[in-house]
Design a protein around this ligand. Structure first.
Ligand code: GLA
Length: 742
């Protein structure tokens, strides 16, 4: 990996084995983008890739078409990456190169989560200083290239080097110009209980955007945007992924220009953001990650998974086996006492569960969702011996103990609200909109963050707590910072998220041994920003095995299996009413951080035995299922969507686990093969199937020794026997384990 700078051509060439990123300083001082793609030779000039605008109508002659940091008002009429209002009210900005430096490693971004390196030789960072003299705007443009991944990190720092205040109206973390528009846009979109489904749309003239103005990344859109060639598949072709390491309002946008070029920008949503910079002050943007793959969407996902699992997530749990948990939420909702919880934990322990999580309803006087958020002390009516008493009983069984909290919220029916009504977000003189009967605390105010840190530190030190589920169950309305002046109200949302990060930072630092899982009404804030603090997230409140196939498939475009909480719940499913076999629910949840979400005391003896077998299986395969390479084989988008298949492969390719799911049963099926990827073609694998007792045509056809090349070129054989199929019913799943022999 190198960052080259050529004094003569004034070109920068950031390069590793997988990609090159090239741009140059033009005579006028602006930065012209030249190339992003497979690695090109270091040394030669690539200046011939630059193209000028046709100067005629209204544009300045000789402006480049591709820019590194486009600004407004100087003849580039596309969307800008940086818009700053000067003291004269003008937003014209002409940023010119001043200097640059190249550093080993990667600097942190103050106050914001970001990817990092552990050794300086894992990445190099280029920092370019640009200045607009008339307004006094200074920009540091940071680009990091990682040594071993086809990935770049980009962020900007804006500084007011002038004498009067500046107001940032738009600050994108990344903007990239691509030289054509032959792209299909791939995006993760959804809603509560059906998060992160893949949608595809062709690019056309003009803009296409995804954003959130909710104060959180949200259920609706992931803070990312992916471009693929129309011919790109999982295993081949170009894909460029843009992902924002941020949890608040974001914008991801693509614009096809009149020359058929494509600009992508990604950053904080300008719709709900302004930031005033007093003289001397700085503003740091979140970082955007750009991954370039010429090995398909799968190659892109690989890079995101490795980066996010190993150099975004942090803390003592990053690389550790995540425990198999049981959560009582769907098992009891608010209706529990100590004995009921211990009864669930006792059964769970017997079948091999490792962590018991007490969900909502343990604090204040919360018998339903109408009260008590903010009152973070134990409800002795339900838990007379306190959290400590309960946790010790759970520990006594041989389980770890975990707890649900929702720090950012306040119920109007709470002691905290009676004491501090002004701490809830709202505009004075206007009614506050309640959502799930709750309001939001203004985490942009440092004294509220201090209070929460104190209150939650007390809770977390009051009992042996090994795990925390940090929930956030509503979006922000009537945004207003009661301590911000009128002309700084545009800072509210970003200050809120900075407060969330500060609270996370302080709590994870004070309790480094606690495993944090983030949550927001399921996957309403499942984003790279929070992964930096909580290495796993609750993927969705929807645990229906069929729905989860689409949710986990889509989520895996960017996020590693180690980040996806995936639980088996009771049937009929609480979100869909669907009844799926217990084995299918487990086979789906295996591909994530596995657990249960139900009342274990209701299991029959047969179910207990099945669950014990599931947990034993998962624990034996946990290394591969949590840290292996995830490969998507057949997805909900393919064919009639009735078959899904995916696999996880160990780093050394000695073991793989494959999951195959057939949603609706069809009579008299034809032959079908599932080709595998990522195996060692030279190895011989022993193929076994799970559940072990299922002796049917599919198991018999696959069990035994198979060459890696055969599994790759021919695949697993799904030729089911028609008599057996007629007895199988819907929602069939089978898991295969492949172990290299010799
Ligand atoms: C959210 C979470 C659930 C559960 C409830 C508790 O909906 O996603 O898992 O914790 O809150 O109120």
């Amino acid at each position: 990996m190198t960052i080259g700078w050529d004094e003569q051509t004034r070109e920068f060439h950031l390069r590793n084995e997988r990609l090159s990123y090239i741009f140059r300083v033009l005579a006028g001082g602006s930065l012209e983008h030249l190339y992003l793609g497979p690695a090109l030779a270091a040394g030669p000039s690539y200046g011939h890739l630059g193209r000028r605008e046709f100067g005629g109508f209204a544009n300045r002659l000789d402006d480049p078409i591709a820019l590194e940091l486009p600004t407004a008002g100087r003849g580039d009429f596309r969307m800008a990456a940086l818009v700053v209002e000067g003291t004269d009210g003008s937003t014209v900005l002409d940023l010119r190169y001043v200097s640059h430096r190249i550093e080993r490693g990667k600097p942190a971004i103050p106050g914001l989560p970001a990817t990092y390196v552990e050794m300086d030789d894992e990445a190099d960072t280029l920092e370019i200083l640009l200045r607009d003299e008339p307004s006094g705007t200074e920009v540091r443009l940071l680009t990091t290239i990682f040594r071993d991944m086809p990935a770049l990190a980009r962020s900007v720092v804006v500084r007011n080097a002038g004498a009067g205040p500046l107001r940032i109206r738009t600050v994108m973390s990344a903007s990239l110009d691509l030289p054509d528009d032959d792209w299909t846009l791939v995006h993760l979109s959804g809603a509560w209980a059906r998060e992160r489904h893949i949608v595809r749309q062709p690019l056309g003239p003009g803009r296409q955007s995804f954003s959130s103005g909710r104060g959180a990344s949200g259920h609706e859109h992931d803070p990312s945007l992916i471009l693929v060639r129309p011919t790109t598949t999982e295993a081949s072709g170009e894909a460029v992924g843009f992902s924002l390491v941020y949890s608040g309002d974001f914008l991801a946008e693509a614009e096809v220009h009149l020359y058929g070029t494509t600009r992508v920008r990604l950053g904080i949503d300008p719709e709900t953001f302004t930031w005033t910079l007093d003289p001397g002050a700085e503003f740091a943007s979140p970082e955007a990650i750009v991954v370039y793959s010429d090995t398909g969407l799968g190659g892109m996902s690989d890079a995101f998974h490795r980066l996010y699992r190993s150099r975004l997530a942090r803390g003592s749990w990053r690389d550790r086996d995540r425990p198999v948990l049981i959560n009582n939420w769907e098992g009891t909702y608010f209706d529990f006492d100590e004995d009921r919880l211990v009864a669930i934990a006792t059964v769970a322990r017997e079948v091999g569960v490792e962590l018991f999580v007490l969900d909502d309803g343990w604090f204040g006087a919360r018998d339903d969702d109408t009260s008590s958020l903010g009152d973070w002390w134990v409800d002795r009516r339900k838990l007379p011996a306190g959290l400590d008493g309960l946790a010790h009983r759970i520990e006594g069984l041989g389980l770890l103990f975990g707890l649900w909290i929702e720090p950012e919220m306040i119920s109007p029916r709470s002691r905290l609200f009676a004491e501090h009504p002004d701490w809830a977000v709202g505009v004075p003189g206007r009614e506050r909109t309640e959502s799930r009967q709750q309001l939001v605390l203004d985490l942009g105010r440092p004294e509220i963050v201090d209070h929460l840190f104190e209150a939650l530190s007390q809770v977390l030190s009051s009992a042996p707590i090994s795990y925390v589920k940090w929930d956030m169950n509503r979006n922000i309305t009537e945004p207003y910072g009661s301590t911000l002046p009128a002309d700084r109200q545009g800072e509210f949302f970003h200050r809120y998220i900075l407060g969330v990060y500060e609270l996370y930072r302080r709590l994870t630092a004070a309790f480094p041994e606690i495993l944090f899982e983030s949550c927001a009404g399921g996957g309403g804030r499942f984003d790279p920003g929070l992964l930096a603090f909580a290495p796993q997230a609750w993927t969705s409140d929807d645990t229906d095995a069929v729905e989860r196939l689409s949710i986990q498939w889509g989520t895996s475009l960017l996020y590693p299996l180690s980040s996806m909480g995936a639980h088996v719940s009771a049937v009929p499913n609480h979100q869909t009413g669907r009844i799926t076999p217990l084995a299918t629910r487990a086979a789906t949840a295996f591909f994530g951080v596995f657990g249960y979400e139900l009342d274990a005391t209701r299991w029959t003896a047969e179910e207990r035995a099945a669950v014990a077998d599931q947990i034993a299986f998962y624990r034996a395969q946990r290394e591969v299922l949590q840290r292996g390479r995830f490969v998507r084989l057949v997805g909900p988008e393919d064919g009639d969507g009735n078959l899904v298949a995916w696999m996880a492969v160990a780093a050394d390719r000695r073991r793989a686990v494959v999951g195959i799911y057939r949603i609706l049963n069809r009579p008299n099926p034809g032959p079908r093969r599932i080709r595998l990827r990522g195996l060692d073609p030279a190895a011989t694998y022993r193929v076994s199937t799970w559940p072990a007792g299922d002796d049917d045509a599919v198991s018999r056809a696959n069990q035994g020794l198979r060459g890696g090349d055969v599994l790759r070129r021919v695949g697993l054989v799904l030729d089911a026997d028609r008599h057996e199929v007629s007895a199988e019913g819907d929602f069939w799943a089978r898991v295969f384990v492949l172990d290299a022999t010799g």
